[in-house]
Ligand binder design. Structure first.
Ligand SMILES: NC(=O)CC[C@H](N)C(=O)O
Length: 227
């Protein structure tokens, strides 16, 4: 698994995702946002978390227009894998690679804590190492993670089984207090129509080592590694 991690001014989780990919047998490399081409033979493009361009305008709005994004769009259009984590998810919606928008959290606060999620489907390149319906515990750290889309888009995402992860309580219960930011339908992550693009707000790359809180994020990188 050759992975290109795109580095924008203000990215801050590129090191974490680099380690997660390397720890699960992949070969990560960093690519500067001003580049126009991805390295040859790249299987996976990662848009990491952080505060690209200082979160000005809207989180991810400026990064979505960076020179490298044209190559990322072409990679996705040819069925290549793209993973956007947190700020990366924001960049994916701002660039039109995924539908909807990420608004300020419902409580208008930056939320940094552990969070439980349900794995909605496992027949994808990103989730095959999980069990269907499994509850996993990962980290969240965002101010704009409140996923919103029009009714038709939400119905299409649900109808096509494109919700990847949902926020839930520790016992797996969906709804209510399990939802940290007000996201519609408790959506924590969604797939593109071809299931080759995944955007999610939580940070699986921070949960790959038992020394730092758990290993529930590892499954995502192990799924990609055995792709
Ligand atoms: N951890 C992150 O990627 C932060 C995401 C984004 N800048 C926000 O605050 O919503």
């Amino acid at each position: 698994m050759n992975a290109a991690i795109i580095l924008f001014p203000g990215s801050n989780r590129e090191g974490d995702v680099f380690r997660a990919i390397a720890a699960t047998g992949g070969k990560p490399t960093l690519v500067w946002h001003r580049d126009h081409e991805l390295p040859k033979g790249v299987d996976l493009v990662v848009l990491p978390g952080g505060f690209s361009y200082g979160d000005y305008l809207r989180c991810g709005a400026i990064a979505a227009r960076a020179p490298i994004m044209e190559a990322v769009r072409a990679h996705a259009a040819h069925g290549g894998l793209v993973l956007g984590i947190c700020n990366g998810f924001q960049i994916l919606v701002e660039s039109g690679l995924l539908p909807g928008v990420l608004m300020r959290n419902a409580n208008l606060r930056f939320i940094c804590r552990m969070q439980h999620l349900t794995v909605e489907r496992i027949d994808t390149p990103f989730a095959s190492r999980y069990d269907k319906g499994q509850t996993i515990k990962v980290a969240i750290a965002h101010g704009e993670g409140n996923y919103i889309a029009d009714e038709e888009t939400i119905a299409r995402l649900e109808g096509e089984g494109r919700v990847a992860f949902r926020y839930c309580a520790a016992d797996g219960a969906i709804g209510g207090a399990g939802n940290p930011n007000g996201s519609m339908n408790d959506i924590a992550g969604i797939y593109s129509q071809g299931l080759n693009v995944l955007g999610l707000m939580p940070h699986p790359e921070n949960l790959i080592d038992p020394l730092v809180g758990g290993t529930d994020g590892r499954g995502l990188f192990e799924s990609l590694a055995c792709k």
